[in-house]
Design a protein around this ligand. Structure first.
Ligand code: GAP
Length: 461
């Protein structure tokens, strides 16, 4: 694997997330619930932005994808047909001495890693959370929390086809919670029992699957790079036959250099016609597609890019985190793409003098109509800039005494730390332009906006 600087240690990310309110342990005041996480005020903002960026790229900006939001609970028959009741399991072993449990396929030795005790023979452990629907707890009322969002899409294939008059190739996108009773969890939000997925099921004509598979692998890689993940921190893991899920013909994982090592960020699978064939068989409904161009009936193949919201969150956080020396001090900064940053703007009056506070609060109220904007008047301006850097706010707007006279404010950019004076009346347009463009590739200097690569030209006398 290509290596650059070492990844940020996980402890630093966990500490930042807790300190600044990105992520808290679930049920914290009761001592916590293992492998479940609550997203705090900044975390929920970043997570929403991330999902919005995915939806925008996968649905809004495309002509061949529509959206769906299916229920988490579905008929148990869905999971029998999909193969999850019989096959969605990991091999579990237990230490006979300390009773800790492990995934057999992840162990490097045949003894307990904690106490060296003897391990039981592996038994297959189904990862689906089982529950009961209604007041009677019997076989007939068993249902499952979905372990993937994908099945909600497959069982709605006909509904969407009939209501949207789509022709192949086309896709259905969905994001939402999934649940897996993982044997081993850990590495913060990397593997938890309740998480969110962003999945696209792209329906195609059999025979065109290899080309579409390559297309989606490429598209998805570019999505991460466009939003700021360093290309050298992404790679592929091509599944060997023995690693493939029960439904897949082939699968490439996009892997990322997480703080704990290289690991799966997203899986792109060629699911063939497995799912539609299974649901047709179990439901008794034909899920054939009639191709008007060729006058043929066939069951579509499916290419599935399946991304984890929480893993993407961790990847964007870890790749944007930097500790930099600025003005003789070390600053922690999240170089998040502005579209992902929790707050787009921070409004800072230079002091708590009444006139400045009033003017700043007016600017804050105006900008809040467009974006999530924070107001901060505590401590020195330098300390306030650092606080915003640490949570990735791309722009700070400072209102000073001069502003009261000339109606101009200072806009300071997070990455280059350059500052420009702009009229309050033009503030919204200027920030909107910066956010709409490729802001990471521009910087301000001498009151002008420059493209990255033009540093020499900008700073020339
Ligand atoms: N529908 C296909 C599917 O679910 P997967 O590879 O099992 O495929 C897709 O999951 C993505 O969901 C993973 O790449 C990962 O980002 C995320 N994911 C899976 N299990 C997870 C867990 N226990 N915690 C957090 N994210 C998880």
């Amino acid at each position: 694997m290509p290596e650059t600087t070492p990844p940020v240690p996980m402890e630093k990310l966990v500490s930042l997330c807790q300190r600044r309110g990105f992520i808290f342990q679930s049920s914290d005041i009761y001592g916590g619930l293992a492998s479940c996480w609550d997203y705090g005020p900044l975390g929920v903002a970043l997570k929403r932005n991330l999902k919005e960026a995915w939806w925008r790229a996968m649905v809004q900006e495309r002509e061949d994808v529509v959206g769906l939001d299916a229920a988490i609970l579905m008929q148990a028959k869905v999971w029998e047909a999909s193969g999850h009741v019989a096959g969605f399991a990991d091999p579990l072993v237990e230490c006979k001495q300390c009773h800790l449990r492990y995934r057999a396929d992840e162990l490097k030795a045949d003894k307990c890693p904690a106490c060296g005790g003897e391990l039981t023979q592996p038994r297959m452990f189904n990862l689906m959370f089982k529950t009961f629907m209604g007041p009677v707890e019997d076989e007939a009322s068993i249902t499952y929390l979905r372990p993937e969002t994908a099945q909600g899409i497959f069982v709605n294939f006909e509904n969407v086809l009939n209501t949207t008059r789509r022709k192949l190739p086309f896709g259905i996108a969905q994001m939402g919670k999934s649940f897996r009773n993982e044997i081993t969890t850990g590495n913060f939000i990397f593997r938890s029992r309740e998480f969110e997925q962003m999945e696209l099921e792209f329906f195609i004509k059999p025979g065109t699957d290899e080309a579409w598979f390559r297309y989606w692998v490429n598209e998805r890689l570019n999505w991460y790079v466009k939003l700021g993940i360093k290309r050298e921190h992404l790679d592929f893991h091509v599944h060997e036959h023995r690693e493939l899920a029960h439904y897949a013909i082939s699968c490439h994982d996009i892997i990322f250099r997480f703080p704990h090592g290289w690991a799966e960020l997203e899986g792109i699978a060629n699911r063939g016609s497995f799912d539609l064939v299974q649901h047709a068989k179990h439901s008794g409904k034909s899920l054939d597609y009639y191709d008007e161009d060729t006058k043929e009936h066939y069951v579509p193949y499916i290419i599935e890019p399946s991304a984890g919201v929480d893993r993407s969150f961790l990847a964007f956080l870890s790749d944007s985190y930097a500790e930099e020396v600025a003005g003789g001090e070390t600053r922690v900064v999240l170089h998040l793409h502005p579209s992902l940053a929790p707050y787009k703007v921070a409004v800072l009056p230079l002091s708590r003098r009444e006139q400045l506070v009033t003017a700043a609060k007016q600017v804050w109220a105006d900008l809040r109509r467009h974006w999530l904007v924070v107001y901060d008047d505590a401590q020195s301006i330098g300390r306030r800039y650092r606080r915003q850097d640490e949570i990735g706010t791309p722009y700070c707007v400072t209102i000073d005494f001069q502003s009261l006279e000339d109606g101009q404010v200072t806009v300071r950019e997070r990455d280059a730390m350059d500052q420009i004076r702009v009229p309050i009346a033009a503030l919204k347009t200027i920030i909107a332009d910066k956010l709409a463009g490729e802001p990471l590739f521009t910087f301000t200097h001498g009151g002008q906006i420059w493209k990255r690569g033009e540093e020499e030209k900008a700073k020339a006398p």
